[in-house]
Design a protein around this ligand. Sequence first.
Ligand SMILES: *Cc1c(COP(=O)(O)O)cnc(C)c1O
Length: 495
Amino acid sequence: MNFISTRGICKDEVSSAYAIKTGLAPDGGLYMPTDIPSLEVGELRELSKMTYPERAARIIGKFLTDYTEDELLEDALGAYSGDKFGAHPAPVSKVDGGRYILELWHGPTCAFKDMALQIMPRLFVRALKKTGEDRTALILVATSGDTGKAALEGYRDVDGTKIQVFYPTDGVSRVQKLQMQTQEGKNVCVKAIVGNFDDAQNGVKRIFSDAAMKQSLGEAGVFLSSANSINFGRLVPQIVYYVSAYCDMVSTGEIEFGDRIDVCVPTGNFGNIFAAYIAKLMGLPIERLVCASNKNDVLTEFLTSGVYNRTRPFFATISPSMDILISSNLERLLYITLGQEKTREYMEKLKDEGKYTLSTEDFATIREHFVGYSADEDETRAMISKLYKEKNCLIDTHTAVAVVAQEKYARAEKAERKILIASTASPYKFARDVYTSIFGNENAPDDLESLEKLASQTGTQIPTPLASLLTKAPRHTDIIELGGMDKAVADFAKA
Ligand SMILES: *Cc1c(COP(=O)(O)O)cnc(C)c1O
């Protein structure tokens, strides 16, 4: 299986290892496989008897054909081991009636990014070998919270790599900051910067395109790479859990092979929901994909009107991992439904005018599969409280956005199919907002106290990786000016 650019200006096909090593196509497009492999009901039956790592190796292997079965199984066993993810990396639990929650936060950083970022570094290291690369890869990450920590955990002590993360010193939550400050590993570097997330992101982008930096790092035997969700290596592990969840729902008797279900995903960069769509294209019996947005509802507007308009106010919400106005992976949806030429045109419009409008025909094609609904802050808080009080189900702020969207969808479209709702973070990762949504703002605890108060008042347990934050000493406490980022990268590359 080869990979091509979504924009088609660059026509070269590349191997999966090459696509994973480089991340982005040379024409600015994203890499996509030339075909979508299929998944027949017979194979679903087989998969349902397998463990999660076996399912992962089988499905990832359909795309990464230059990796052997043994390699992929070894990587999946290492990535999804019991000491990192517990008994099941992605269990399904029933809320009520036809609603099910797919819990994607049992990994080491308590957010769904672990599902991809635990295995991707392993695929990446093999990609270096397969492409004959002998330099060290320095993974540079600018983060507003979840990605940085998940990438640090994924790449720590991985041979042939170093990882350096920049986060805005006043722009992440106390829990997120402590998660990064206490990071262990010999090849990691974490710096707080004086500035906001955009400053950190722009700094990293500037360093990526700095020829002098590239030259001097090259002399030291180092090249720069990225770990964000435009890399296909992050997308492909996310297909696995939708297939796995379907198999588990059959095994527990909730559905039968061939029954169609809906899937609802709290969305930011459109990576997670796009993985569900690929699963559908492969043949997994999914009917509609419900794209849930918070107050930054650019995707809801897109899926109800066909207009993508990023020139709009930006809101900082209690579901910060979905605070995004440019959903990068939407480009992959355009490519797969409309082709390279139209994708290129729409992307050029987005760049030049900040918006584009789908033709009636193009919009209808996308609407066959996707619907969009959004939740404001009050609706999100009310849903956290309602699910806890009525269903004894404790969910985080991002998952709550999805449940609000699911209920709006069910009401508006009289949808009666069973629906799988992706739960993307542990409620403890956003403990303060979860706590105050349920118990009110009076005597509101701070971020860290919230962990303990949420546990004692709900009778649930703080996940081990977050509980240990309360006792670990910070190791990475440097705060640097924006102007110091280049030196920080150069110093770390040579260290
Ligand atoms: C990253 C993230 C999302 C958004 O996922 P996308 O793949 O970017 O759409 C949702 N919830 C949480 C908790 C996240 O960390």
